[in-house]
Design a protein. Structure first.
Lengths: 382, 638
């Protein structure tokens, strides 16, 4: 059962105007009509196309999880607590220089830089924030350019708009993307569209070619993302935005959000920050970026290391090569940590399903997700 | 335009109505002519400006109609005959001074020509100027033939000096702009003995007002007597008509045509009045008493109709029973322009005559025949117009800003942005300067809960005409809005007349420039400048200004009008479509250039599914190359 794909007017009605937009950016950078601007997707004009890529790529509408999983992994959707998994490790960048610039273990920076150096990819779309904390996708084409974008970002970023724009470039052939869960899902939908839907689409040949340049998805664990305008206005009242060097949310039982500047830091009660969580995050089931080749997050309780989930053959290829080259150090993830991670992921799913239920009024209607009844029943299984 | 100064006395010339008025003024020996451009009046002072040197007269485009009238009155007070021309909106602008002038009187003759636009073909209101004659106690003349346009204007100076009053002449689009044969008289040069010499301390004031108001009424009594024997009023038709048409102005030719079309010359009479206020009462009563049914044919309001009824009402027995037909009875439409067909249909209806001017379904048949040769067109900006680019940026900035911003509009070519030409961006439209005036109101509504961004636009000529006081009021009262001054270096809509920003005078001489950004900066507000063809830069600057908290901000958007430029220079670029790259109707484009941007030179070839450039219309401005998402519009230096 393939969900119906519509056009941009319907995307606005079904997603944006309903407050479901994740700001992943997958709908923008494709055409003149939808653009990502300061934390919003803005429609500059009305498009007349009846079936558009914007609707097809959006991870918050008409999303067949089996089709997305098939495109990413060649297999149906795996409802396990942390998604399709071949191995879970702890990892860190081998070089201290990389680790010192990064949030936890520096794994993502090291892997992406390595992938470019070795030629697995020729460029990568990362996320970078300006002095006002406005994040945007940016294309890097050398390993050196990866490292200065290493800081964690808590504000929702329309990173895929940059993927859409940059993929058009002739000189770019194999692109890697560091993606949040919603972005990774959108990228999987792009792959599903490009390998299947060639029938009645009014789309040029280059549109397919551009999506096929996607060569690696490194996912980031994510619990929620913040609204740019609201959050930065709030934060600016606490500390100058352009002096902030790092953010952090220490593990429970601490319930604070920390912003570090020069030699000072400010601690804000997490509940005050939670007011700026984007509504779309409340209906997101995915904490560990289940549609990526590799997913990376903090290793709670193990300072200076990341948790890394290997999902696909491509992910396996990269991590093995990086380990063999001495770029990444790996270790075993303690069982306790793994069950803690699964518990957290299930917690997010539980909250999301409850919120979705509140909107749709039915256990069978997952709002924007299409999933067989049997698999749907296993979403909360331990 | 014709060189109306050099015609030989006694020759017959084909003249536009406005040219005939100008020639009449020259034959009266005027020395001073002022106006602010306004359709359908612009050619009056326009044609005088062309011959100013030859005729030895002074002609200026004033900054607005009020200053124009004030300057012309000054000349008349000092003994120099003067003429001032305007459209009906201009009459609204001069009203304060005109009321004072009506009580003040004059020394030398001064004539105010006001040209109305029935049907609002090029105006934002449909308005009948004539009411002001009754309101202000001023004599009113309405020319009905081209010869009359000249002769009436010339004679108006005798009348003005006899009464010591400004005289009003009212025209409409068709009398001003149509052309007809005019036998010209002798042109006389102006007197050069200007001296301002009040014979009593209050002579050139309106005071004491009640006394001078009485005097103004007495002048009307005198005018009435003079009008009884005016050659500008005449009757044509049987001695005792079955129906009497009373008409003025353009109604004269229409009534003639209608009577002829229905073959009614033997039964319908036409009383054509050229002096319509005050009415020549004896003459009018004389004709009204000979008919029981009267059709009044006039443009816009039932002014003549109402005055006739008033006259009858004052002494009903003097004329006997009369039934009136006209705008009040619905025989002539109360709104819109009249034409011979309307008058013919009215006559036929009143006299119960079968009259079918056209076949049934004529308009459908005509449309079917011609549709293949013509494109449906809306009013729009010319290809290459900077305003298209400006409103594109405004549209985008408002969407990106995300606060439901809107534009309060003003008068000029850019007014068309109320419609698709300007992406429907302008949301209010009334009078010169009112865009900014309204922004002064909208910009103070935050305390009442308004969270929307307020934007005002005005043109360069509009800026000088009326916007400056509104800006100052906004600054002083801390109104929160962004004003865009759309400077295309011309008073474009009315015919590219010069203004204080262009460096040229009405007579083509070099003139001092009053620089708009400098003036705004002197007022103490933040001013940015931009080229509208730099779409991204203009959008960014506007967004930045919109995001400022509080006060008045100004963005001067400067690029020359495309038509003015085209008179001087070849197109900057040669444009073409790379059909390989063109995405057309596909996802990723959806016909952005021809469907959304909509420059008239961008076409859609539905057969082949690609965009195309109309080489005839294309002005070579190059802007479309920047809006094509596929880079398929190629811009090459011409």
């Amino acid at each position: 059962m393939s969900p119906e794909i519509k056009g941009s007017l319907q995307l606005r009605a079904d997603v944006i105007d309903r407050g479901l937009c994740a700001l992943c950016g997958a709908c923008s950078g494709i055409c003149p009509f939808l653009v990502a601007y300061r934390g919003r997707i803005v429609a500059l004009d009305d498009c007349a196309v009846e079936q558009g890529r914007c609707y097809a790529f959006c991870p918050r509408v008409a999303t067949d999880l089996d089709a997305a999983s098939d495109a990413a992994f060649g297999a149906p959707f795996d409802p396990s607590p942390i998604g399709r998994t071949t191995e879970v490790l702890i990892t860190r960048a081998a070089r201290e220089e990389v680790r010192s610039k990064a949030q936890y273990g520096g794994t993502v920076s090291a892997l992406v830089a390595f992938a470019i150096e070795r030629g697995f990819i020729d460029s990568a779309v990362l996320t970078q924030s300006d002095a006002s904390l406005l994040p945007a996708g940016v294309l890097v084409r050398s390993a050196g350019d990866v490292l200065c974008r290493a800081r964690s970002n808590y504000v929702a970023a329309p990173t895929l708009a940059a993927f859409n724009r940059e993929a058009r470039r002739e000189e770019v052939r194999r692109i890697g993307v560091v993606a949040t869960p919603c972005q990774a899902l959108a990228l999987a939908k792009m792959r599903a569209w490009s390998t299947r839907d060639r029938r009645d689409w009014k789309v040029s040949a280059t549109a397919y070619r551009d999506v096929e340049k996607l060569s690696l998805v490194v996912g980031l664990f994510c619990t929620w993302a913040l609204d740019f305008e609201g959050f930065t206005r709030f934060l600016a009242g606490k500390t100058p935005l352009d002096r902030i060097s790092k953010f952090d949310i220490p593990p429970p039982p601490a319930s604070v959000f920390q912003a570090f500047s020069d030699s000072t830091s400010v601690s804000i009660p997490l509940d005050e920050v939670r007011r700026f969580i984007r509504p779309s995050c409340n209906v997101c089931l995915d904490m560990t970026a289940e549609f990526a080749d590799l997913s990376v997050g903090a290793a709670e309780g193990i300072e200076g290391w990341n948790t890394l989930i290997v999902r696909s053959e491509r992910g396996r290829e990269i991590i093995d090569a990086a380990r063999a080259a001495g770029v990444i150090e790996t270790g075993a993830l303690p069982d306790e940590s793994l069950s803690h991670l699964k518990g957290a992921s299930l917690g997010k799913r539980r909250r999301a399903l409850a919120n979705i239920r509140q909107i749709t009024g039915s256990d069978d209607d997952l709002l924007y997700l299409e999933l067989g009844a049997e698999t749907r029943g296993r979403l909360l299984a331990e | 335009m014709a060189n109306i100064a050099t015609y030989e006395k006694g020759s017959t010339q084909l003249l536009m109505g406005n040219e005939a008025i100008a020639r009449g003024a020259l034959e009266a020996g005027i020395g001073f002519a002022t106006a602010y451009p306004g359709n359908p009046s612009s050619e009056i002072i326009g044609s005088l400006a062309e011959v100013a040197k030859d005729a030895g007269i002074y002609v200026e485009w004033s900054i607005n109609e009020k200053v124009a009238l004030e300057a012309a009155a000054a000349a008349a007070f000092a003994g120099v005959r003067s003429i001032v021309a305007m459209k009906h909106n201009g009459l609204n602008v001069v009203l304060d001074y005109l009321m004072g002038l009506a009580l003040t009187g004059t020394r030398a003759g001064i004539v105010l020509v006001t040209c109305d636009d029935p049907g609002a073909l090029s105006s934002t209101e449909e308005e009948d100027s004539r009411m002001v004659a009754k309101w202000a106690c001023l004599p009113l003349l309405e020319p009905g033939t081209f010869q009359e346009e000249k002769d009436m204007t010339r004679w108006a100076y005798e009348l003005s000096e006899e009464l010591k009053s400004v005289v009003l002449i009212r025209g409409v689009t068709r009398t001003s702009h149509a052309r007809g044969d005019v036998e010209v008289g002798e042109r006389i040069p102006p007197l050069r003995q200007a001296k301002f010499e009040p014979s009593n301390p209050l002579e050139f004031t309106s005071m004491p007002a009640p006394f001078k108001h009485l005097v103004a009424n007495q002048k009307m009594d005198k005018a009435r007597d003079l009008f009884e024997s005016s050659p500008f009023n005449w009757y044509q038709g049987p001695d005792k008509p079955d129906l009497l048409i009373v008409t003025s102005g353009s109604g004269w030719f229409y009534s003639l045509e209608a009577v002829k079309a229905l073959d009614l010359e033997k039964s319908v009479g036409i009383l054509k009045l050229g002096t319509t206020w005050p009415l020549p009462e004896k003459l009018v009563r004389q004709h009204l008493s000979k008919a029981e049914e009267v059709l009044v044919v006039e443009e816009i309001d039932p002014f003549l109709e109402g005055n006739l009824k008033e006259l009858v009402g004052e002494d009903p027995s003097a004329v006997g029973p009369v039934k009136f037909y006209g705008k009040r009875s619905g025989h002539i439409p109360i709104a819109g322009e009249i034409n011979p067909d309307i008058v013919t249909a009215a006559l036929a209806r009143i006299l119960d005559i079968e009259h079918r001017p056209v076949q049934p379904q004529y308009s459908q048949k005509a449309l079917a025949l011609t549709a293949q040769f013509t494109h449906g067109r809306m009013v729009g900006f010319c290809a290459g117009c900077p305003h298209r680019a400006t409103f594109w940026s405004i549209k985008n900035a408002i969407k990106l800003d995300g606060r439901g911003g809107f534009v309060s509009g003003d008068i000029g070519c850019y007014s068309m942005a109320v419609g698709p030409a300007g992406y429907w961006q302008i949301k209010t439209m009334q009078a010169m300067g009112s865009g900014t005036g309204m922004a002064c109101g909208f910009g103070r509504l935050a305390e009442f809960g308004l969270t929307q961004s307020v934007i005002a636009v005005c043109g360069d000529s509009t800026f000088y005409h009326a916007t400056i006081p509104a800006i100052i009021s906004g600054i002083y009262n801390r109104a929160n809005f962004t004003l865009l001054v759309l400077d295309n270096s011309a008073t474009a809509m009315t015919g590219f007349q010069p203004h204080p920003g262009t460096g040229r005078s009405a007579t083509g001489e070099q003139a001092p420039v009053v620089d708009i950004p400098t003036l705004c900066r002197a007022l103490g507000v933040r001013v940015e400048e931009t080229d509208p063809f730099d779409l991204a830069g203009t959008t960014d600057k506007l967004l930045d200004l919109m995001r400022e908290e509080g006060g008045v901000r100004v963005l001067v958007v400067k690029r020359e009008c495309a038509l003015v430029r085209a008179r001087r220079e070849k197109p900057a670029y040669q444009m073409r479509i790379d059909e390989e790259r063109c995405l057309g109707e596909s996802c990723g484009c959806s016909r952005t250039c021809s469907r959304v941007f909509q420059c008239p030179a961008l076409m859609w070839d539905a057969q082949r599914g690609v965009a195309a450039i109309d080489d005839v219309l294309c002005a070579g401005c190059g802007v479309c190359a920047d809006i094509c998402p596929a880079g398929a519009i190629i811009r090459e230096t011409a």
